[in-house]
Design a protein around this ligand. Structure first.
Ligand SMILES: [Zn+2]
Length: 248
């Protein structure tokens, strides 16, 4: 048994017995960790009850060969109040968490994913509502990239021509690259179209995206289908359904 201090984001929490919880964490040193946090659902005057989405410091008692470890000495570092108080931001956050919950196995350390996750929460907390979806797409594509499935944006899979970012392109989901605007139209795969403004956004452009909500949903579905195909995720994303409901 090892005792480790670590920092983590709470990806999910399930009530357990009277006052405890079974918690899934994303940690810097150990990747995804499942554990029991005893007594955390007891209300106390001065402390916020733990919730999904919080950044915490804790002591991890690791039991070799076990799936559930023990979590203790939990301190809240940030509870991201602007996300917590906003239904849309919470839904976008949960969609990001769902990818990690569905794709990353327990105890595979990916420190680069932990810093991506932390950066995502900081950006989601501080940016304007129009940026929420773009943050989620970037999170999905970067996670895919870290796990070995980066999308290549340089040249068209069909004609080899350089992709002009401003013209947009069509995502070749299974091949992890783009078709240029001409070849994509010929293949008539409208659901895979990515607008030039969106490609520019993914490349770091700061100008705001002005797209109707059904387009935002379509592009989110496209990013989910890309990740699901490459990371071998079968079940549907529940968080995506919820985003659709609240966007109507
Ligand atoms: Zn082409």
């Amino acid at each position: 048994m090892g005792i480790q201090k670590t920092r983590a984001v709470i990806l999910s929490m399930l009530p357990y017995r009277e006052s405890s919880a079974i918690v899934t964490l994303y940690t810097n040193e150990y990747g995804r960790v499942n554990g029991i946090a005893k007594g955390v659902r007891k209300r106390s005057k001065n402390s916020l009850p733990l919730e999904r989405g919080f950044l915490i410091d804790l002591i991890l008692y690791i039991k070799q060969g076990r799936d559930l470890h023990t979590l203790a000495d939990i301190n809240i570092c940030d509870y991201y109040p602007e996300i917590r108080g906003d239904l849309y931001k919470t839904a976008i956050r949960d969609a990001a968490f769902e990818l990690l919950l569905k794709s990353v196995m327990a105890s595979e350390p990916h420190p680069e994913l932990f810093s991506l996750l932390q950066q995502f929460l900081i950006s989601l907390q501080s940016t304007d509502a129009t940026e929420n979806f773009a943050l989620l797409w970037k999170f999905y594509l970067k996670t895919a990239g870290f796990l070995g499935f980066a999308v290549r944006l340089d040249s068209c899979r069909c004609c080899g021509r350089e992709i002009l970012i401003s013209e947009g392109g069509f995502l070749a989901v299974e091949n992890g690259c783009l078709y240029c605007s001409k070849c994509g139209v010929k293949r008539s795969l409208p659901e895979t179209y990515i607008q030039g403004t969106v490609l520019q956004k993914l490349n770091g452009s700061l100008s705001p995206l002005k797209l109707p909500s059904d387009e935002l949903i379509r592009l989110t579905r496209l990013a989910v289908s890309y990740c699901s195909f490459h990371m071998d995720i079968r079940p549907e994303f529940k968080s995506l359904k919820f985003i659709e409901q609240i966007s109507r």
